[in-house]
Unconditional design. Structure first.
Length: 116
């Protein structure tokens, strides 16, 4: 998908639809929130490069991967009470069973997993 704001909604809808089809509908709201955070950051920091999302079932976990073409890895930052951003990784940490970032030659994948 293009690195554009409309892609965030498309990625979110795709991930939620797959989540439900895979029998993880009880987690649809969490998937929607986390994909919005992760995809929003990917679009913001991909600098016009494409972005993509993939949803997988691995044993008893739902894994969502968001790829972008930027080699810059995300860094957790503190956010003041009035800041409009800077909380995405904190939300990911609070709601996901696990998450991480994989550097690749064509960018990076930020992934998260939910446990049933």
């Amino acid at each position: 998908m293009p690195s554009a704001p409309r892609s965030v909604a498309e990625m979110r809808h795709y991930a939620v639809r797959n989540c439900i089809e895979m029998g993880w509908g009880a987690h649809a709201d969490t998937v929607a929130l986390l994909v919005s955070e992760v995809a929003g950051n990917a679009v913001l920091h991909a600098y016009g490069q494409e972005v993509a999302v993939r949803v997988l079932l691995r044993a008893s976990r739902l894994r969502v991967e968001v790829w972008d073409g930027s080699p810059r890895l995300p860094l957790p930052r503190g956010a003041s009470e009035r800041a409009e951003n800077g909380r995405g990784l904190l939300i990911l940490e609070a709601l996901a069973a696990a998450w991480g970032v994989e550097a690749r030659s064509d960018g990076k994948i930020l992934w998260f997993e939910l446990a049933d």
